[in-house]
Design a protein around this ligand. Sequence first.
Ligand code: 6R9
Length: 708
Amino acid sequence: GEARRAVRAADCGRARRARVAGAARPRPAVARSVPDKTVAAAAVEVVEGHHVDVVPHVPSNYPHFTPFIENVEQYRAMYKRSIEDPDGFWGEIAEEFHWERKWEEKHTSWNFDVRKGPIHIEWFKGGLTNICYNALDRHVQEGNGDRPCFLWEGNEPSDDSVMSYKQVLDEVCRMANYLRSLGVGKGDAVSIYMPMVCELPIAMLACARIGAVHSVVFGGFSAEALAGRIADCKAKVLITSSGVMRGNKKIDLKGIADRGVELAAKEGHEVPTVIVREIKHAVPRKDTKVVEGRDVWWEDAVAGQSTEAEVEWVEADHPLFLLYTSGSTGNPKGVVHCTGGYMVYTYTTTKYVFNMQEGDVYWCTADCGWITGHSYLTYGPLLVGATQVVFEGVPTYPGPDRCWQVVDKYKVKQFYTAPTAIRSLMRSGDLYVKEHGRDSLRILGSVGEPINPEAWRWYHDVVGDGRCPVVDTWWQTETGGHMIAPLPNVWRQKPGSATLPFFGVLPVLVDEKGNELEGEAEGMLCIKQAWPSCLRTVYGDHERYQTNYFAPFPGYYFSGDGARRDADGYFWITGRVDDVINVSGHRIGTAEVESALVAHPKCAEAAVVGYEHPIKGQGIYAYVTLMEGVHQSEDLRRELVASVRSTIGAFAAPDVIHWAPGLPKTRSGKIMRRVLRKIATKQEDELGDTSTLADPAVVQQLVELRGK
Ligand code: 6R9
């Protein structure tokens, strides 16, 4: 009930500030269903007065499990080399792939310092390769063509299918040939707006095969958001589907895609061809509107195409994809990732962080519309040669035990999901988990937002029965792959900490002035040198790339996150320090929500802040000032929320609309968001210095309008 929610919310906050205090007070470790060996070894630490079971580094803790790396000393040696000799370290790993032409011995170079000229990063200079070839053909040629590649699990538990590596390769080649027949080639952009069916990663791989640059737009985005993304990259083709089922809702994806294409035309870009995959169980062909001369059914397009398609060998730094992501200002940015470095890095992180071997059955619940679905569904696991579940549905449909039923059905070894899903499943109770054996599970991953220790413990103790390490992976769209993450069973975990940096990643904490902080410290999280999958530019706007990521602290890549480093050197991510809100692991810029609200004719001004939400991590709290003479009402509130849904997507809908006759502004007209955050969370006693406010009376007014 209410009290439990309050505790969880408090716990969330604590995770962000968690401080491991001095001496551990021993107490019998209550590790629920953890086997005896583990109980004996379990340590207890005190996190701000709360007992937290800390699983110590004892390899036999996780008995079914041999990591690639033997111990933390080996990690340290490898890490040191990865930082000091990136050419050698990453070059050796790159040898595992096929390169049509090898890279030069000294293949890396970068400038991370805006004061020394344009930001520039190079990996595997001189090399020619193709990521699709390495993800598919290589395995088929090694005799593993019959190995299951995708285990597709539909929205309905009765709906499933399997595709082998060879079958996926055949379909990729057929689509690659069709795209070529349309004149799509190296460097051309292709937008993809699809639900989680195998054809989504297949479309991505088909682009990669011919050197085209894919731009996947998450299926939950609105027509308007899709239009902006199509127009920005001037997509030559849009690949979409007739519809999709999400839980028991039928979504007319094609209708939204049609409007997206229309709106993109108004923005000045016509898409000549739309390829449509029929999703029979949602919207069959006969119910789908087709635009003559523009639309073609996927099935018809690939019919008669050869299952062999020549590989386009591309330079290592040839762009592989764009993925739009939100920042604190302006429109979403098209983050650009390039082939070689991204390939080597996603492969290496997948292998070590998930301790993944060829043929392992792995399941990542992320949608391919986000970076996690790119790096840890489409690319990393295929480069390793894993078998993976592609899930169309949602974790709670038809019931809260769906995930564990699927884990048992396919004998999933590594399971990767977001804290928001973990919290919502935790709320449904342990019984749903315990109904299913889960014996196959070895590793549990978390991504997207900070995981609060309570959710971490539930994931570890209940879902994993205490025998599966939790890998809390901190990274971003921009970083392309895991940056700070535990190597499971190699070192001790602490619930709520992403622990230590991956190979090649040199994280630093800086203060407001950009001074590096040493030892135990809290500051802004920056990265000091280039890693292979670092974003190379913002599509069409290198200036914005430099301003956003490299100008705030010259000499560093700035992540936009805050973090704390404890006495053991472990990193604890505290969340965004900019105006980005993280709702259920989805990044949303406050500026985007504000402009969607202000676009409504009755809205004069809006200011949006995030607040702690027990399930979603953060919720969206919007202060709205109405036009003169307009009165607030429940209908208007609904209209405003609907306006955000249609401009961005349902996932960005504000949770709270707070009517505001005025907003707290400084004399120079800047909105003091700090004050708005405090009012939203009823902490108006902790407003801090408000002496620079132009009209301090606004604060009291807002508190009164909020009510209790
Ligand atoms: C991969 C992904 C990136 C932002 C990032 C941070 C938050 C992601 C996290 C985490 C704490 C983790 N974030 N993983 N915070 N612990 N394990 O989510 O990319 O959508 O670009 O979001 O998400 O705030 O800056 P993206």
